[in-house]
Every structure is written in structure tokens, then in C-alpha cells.
Design a protein around this ligand. Structure first.
Ligand code: FAD
Length: 180
């Protein structure tokens, strides 16, 4: 159910504590390849807490040369359920500033498109007893298939990793660092 997970679970009388946090992304116009040895630019990331953001990151798509990037809010609570129709001025400014600092030649390059969507925070819930596989945050592409596998394993009574209990609705979740 994506960012609506908490709402639908609530209708079934399940309190998940999940909430949607707005994140924003951009894609530039086509560019020549800017990376090492004539290749595409690898992922660059600035993890400073700076001007209201905790990370600014992006990489170049080898097929088109476009740079695709995001900036993560430093304080989730300020972005909870925020309207996705708008991208903030702060977001556009931080992306321009950081990327132009890295690569001054980007100062003349325009955005082709900007986008906003939700991360479902603050924790995963992988709990077949309650029928919940929600709260994938910014990790769902990477971990979704594996978490789905252990969800099914648990449902079928097969062996699952010990940390599965911590991922249940009653569990404490796993800290961000556990995945790094
Ligand atoms: C900007 C951004 C960057 C990200 N980058 C990464 C990354 O680099 N690596 C990574 O691992 N993860 C990343 N993620 C996170 C990843 O996208 C999510 O964790 C993942 O998509 C969550 O999967 P999901 O299936 O739980 O929910 P979703 O992908 O949100 O899917 C939920 C689906 O349910 C549908 N739905 C909702 N309500 C109903 C209804 N009532 N009836 C029928 N259908 C309904 C929705 O339309 C949607 O298709 C990123 C997310 C964002 C926003």
C-alpha cells in the first residue's frame, strides 16, 4: 500500500506508527559522459547536515548522460505527508549548489524534470501474522524481494533469520546502521 500503508492498516484496527515523508528528485538534460576514463559519472554523495538536508546524491545514466539525483531532508517530521505536487525552492537550490560545487561546468545545465514522492518511515514491518510487509523506507528496491522471501518462509513455517522477530509489529525494528 506504499505511503498509504498506515491508513489501510488502521482501517483493520492495526496501529503501525508508519508515516509518509516527502523526498524529492531531479533529472538533468542530456550531457556528455563526465566520469572517469570517459565513462558515466559514478554516484556522488554529500552526507553533511547542511541547509536542512542530510544527504545530496546523484549519478549519471550511461544511456543518456542525464544526471539523476535526490536530496534527503534532515528532519523527517517537517516533510510528513507534505504535498507532492510541488518541489521546494530549498531542494532546487541545494541540488544546484552541491552539484555545481562538484562540477562547475554543470552551472549552465538545466533540469529536465523534477519529482516528489514518499518514503514510508520510520521502520520496516515484515509480519505475516498481521499480513504486513510495509515501511520499506528508501530501501524497498534493494531489500524488498528478500524481505518478501522471508515473509513467505515465515508464513509457511520454514526457518527464518533470528532478526525476523524484531521486524514484526511487536518488535523494535532494526537500526539504520544494521544495513550499512
Ligand atoms: C526518491 C526515492 C528514491 C528511492 N531510492 C531507492 C533506492 O535507491 N534503493 C532502494 O532500495 N529503494 C529506494 N526507494 C524506496 C523504494 O522505492 C520503496 O521502498 C519501495 O518502492 C516500497 O515498495 P512497496 O511495494 O512497499 O510500496 P510502493 O512501491 O509504494 O507500492 C505500493 C503500491 O500500492 C498501490 N496502492 C496503494 N493503495 C492502493 C489501493 N487502495 N488499491 C490498489 N493499489 C494501491 C500504489 O499505487 C503502489 O503501486 C526510493 C524511494 C523514493 C521515493
Amino acid at each position: 500500500m506504499g505511503s498509504d500503508a498506515a491508513r489501510f492498516a488502521n482501517q483493520l484496527g492495526i496501529e503501525t506508527g508508519l508515516y509518509p515523508v516527502k523526498h524529492q528528485a531531479f533529472i538533468t538534460r542530456r550531457l556528455p559522459l563526465l566520469g572517469k576514463d570517459g565513462g558515466a559519472l559514478d554516484m556522488l554523495i554529500d552526507r553533511r547536515h547542511y541547509k536542512g538536508f542530510s544527504a545530496v546524491y546523484g549519478q549519471q545514466l550511461p544511456e543518456t548522460g542525464q544526471i539523476i539525483g535526490c536530496a534527503s531532508p534532515a528532519f523527517d517530521n517537517q516533510e510528513v505527508a507534505k504535498d507532492l505536487k510541488f518541489n521546494s525552492q530549498e531542494f532546487l537550490e541545494i541540488c544546484s549548489e552541491i552539484f555545481t560545487d562538484w562540477l562547475p561546468q554543470l552551472s549552465a545545465v538545466g533540469f529536465q524534470a523534477i519529482w516528489a514522492g514518499y518514503y514510508t518511515e520510520p521502520r520496516y514491518i515484515v509480519d505475516p501474522e498481521n499480513g504486513l510487509l510495509v515501511g520499506m523506507r528508501g530501501h524497498g528496491f534493494m531489500l524488498g524481494q528478500y524481505l518478501a522471501k522471508i515473509y513467505v518462509d515465515k508464513y509457511l513455517g520454514r526457518a527464518v533469520p533470528d532478526y525476523m522477530d524484531r521486524l514484526s509489529l511487536k518488535g523494535d525494528g532494526l537500526s539504520e546502521n544494521a544495513f550499512k
